[in-house]
Design a protein around this ligand. Structure first.
Ligand code: FES
Length: 475
């Protein structure tokens, strides 16, 4: 493999070798050195609320069954049979006490333990010949949750999730903890775009600069209360822990007034006041900023916006979306886009918020359409020989000597944590790509061998098979 040190050094100083957005060799390096050890979002606990509920999610080529077992514990089980390697569960989601492999019929409980083996005695000599006990579907090496968001890592020694998130937790709460019961999700919508996965992650992390150009038409048709897309420059960007995002500047007013301005009903505002810390409330009420889009390194993003949902009305309504930029190759990404809403929100609010989301994002959303056209074109152009000679300028907000153009905001001006600045900059995009470069430069140790017979999920002893719900997989 070529020496990429020069490429990574260019990235660190904000000059981006154009080919990093369509480079097969770098994609192999990303798989080996980045996605093999970073925390990656796979599902939300509200998608598997009951015992036996499961969804099937991929991390690159690896398929995982995210299930809630009979004890209520969330599992991430590698979806590959211990016998001859068939994909055990081929449905996208459902409820099952057991998963039965379609190939020869081995069956597993929803905590991963092997419990059924056809012709056990004839084929294997029964328990004497092959003990089922201790055989489990392979669990993801690390699993942790925050506010119900389920993350896995392929690194068994991954740093604790909360440390990885760091101060980004402060911002995650705006999207995922508007009341004590958190959020519920709808979706995900899934579709593929012929674009490199990094472009979406960078865009959502901090690209307020593209709004007036790329999304002019959306603003012109009056979808938003603000008449000019240029208003984006009045907001702040923040980078905290391993994530960063953008905010909108709100008009004068107190906390309630400002939350009402973006369309939250009073009963939701009352719960936010109980749920959020004083600093979280102050970012909105005292400092006058409302959280907008964000990205968590490497490939998870968030949206919070408040369009008009009824034509001709001045009323706006907020929506939240969570998304993953799932790499398929160096020039293709599967987008997973969920609608998220406070579990305790009024039903009417939930319905209108969903409508607001669908208008803007998701496979048919107006913002999504605008964005993807750019990202596909960029990826295409990055494939050729000339792109290997070009350094893209991603130094917005940075002087020639590397210093920032805009000073960080003081605690009096901004109550949230992290590096915060007002106005257009590419500070956050650089932070994201610096982490990318750091990962790519660090070799990984060989993956630990997993031996048949180990019991890595440490499942409690079997308490009988119980009443079986329909098993996943066709016989
Ligand atoms: Fe044989 Fe699964 S591959 S039972």
């Amino acid at each position: 493999m070529a020496d990429h040190h020069g490429v990574l050094e260019d990235v660190r100083r904000g000059m981006i070798p154009a080919h990093i957005y369509n480079d097969k060799e770098l994609f192999e390096l990303e798989k080996e050195r980045l996605f093999s050890r970073s925390w990656l979002f796979v599902a939300h606990e509200s998608e598997v609320p009951e015992a036996g509920d499961y969804v099937v999610r991929r991390v690159l080529e690896d398929s995982f069954i995210i299930s809630r077992d009979e004890q209520g514990q969330v599992r991430a089980l590698f979806n590959m049979c211990l016998h001859r390697g068939m994909q055990v569960c081929r449905a996208e989601m459902g409820n099952a006490s057991h998963f039965r492999c379609p190939y020869h019929g081995w069956s597993y409980r929803n905590d991963g333990r092997l419990v059924g083996l056809p012709f056990h005695k004839e084929a294997y000599g029964g328990e004497e010949g092959f003990k089922k006990k201790g055989q489990t579907l392979l669990p993801a090496p690390s699993l942790a949750t925050y506010n119900g968001l389920i993350f896995i890592s392929m690194d068994p020694d991954a740093e604790p999730l909360e440390e990885f998130l760091g101060d980004f937790k402060f911002y995650l709460d705006y999207y995922t903890k508007q009341s004590a019961d958190g959020i519920e999700l709808r979706g995900p919508q899934r579709w593929r775009v012929k674009a490199n996965w990094k472009i979406g992650a960078e865009n959502f992390a901090g690209d307020m600069y593209h709004t007036p150009q790329t999304h002019t038409s959306v603003v012109e048709i009056g979808l938003f209360r603000e008449p000019k897309a240029e208003k984006r420059k009045d907001g702040t960007t923040y980078w905290a822990g391993n994530g960063g995002g953008t905010t909108y500047k709100l008009p004068e007013g107190g906390l309630e007034e400002r939350l009402r301005y973006v369309g939250y009903p009073d009963e939701m505002i009352a719960r936010m006041k109980e749920q959020w810390t004083q600093e979280q409330l102050d970012v909105v009420g005292k400092d006058g900023f409302m959280i907008s889009a964000a990205s968590l390194f490497p490939n998870m993003s968030f949206v919070h916006n408040w369009p008009r949902v009824e034509e001709g009305s001045d009323e706006v309504l907020p929506f939240i979306s969570i998304r993953v930029w799932q790499p398929i190759s160096e020039n293709e990404t599967e987008v997973l886009s969920w609608f998220a809403v406070d579990k305790n929100a009024p039903e009417e609010y939930k319905a209108l918020s969903y409508k607001a989301y669908l208008m803007c994002f998701g496979s048919g959303g107006m913002f999504e359409q605008d964005d993807v056209e750019n990202w596909v074109s960029l990826t295409n152009t990055a494939a050729g020989s000339m792109a290997r000679r070009l350094l893209l300028n991603s130094r917005m907000g940075m002087l020639e000597n590397g210093e920032n153009v805009v000073e960080a905001l003081s605690p009096e001006e901004y109550s949230g944590p992290g590096a915060t600045r007002v106005g257009y900059s590419e500070y956050n995009q650089r932070e994201l790509l610096r982490r990318w470069a750091d990962h790519l430069e660090r070799p990984v140790e060989a993956a630990a061998q997993v031996h048949v017979g180990s019991d890595p999920v440490q499942a409690p002893p079997a308490a009988g098979s119980g009443p079986a719900r329909p098993a996943c997989g066709s016989a």
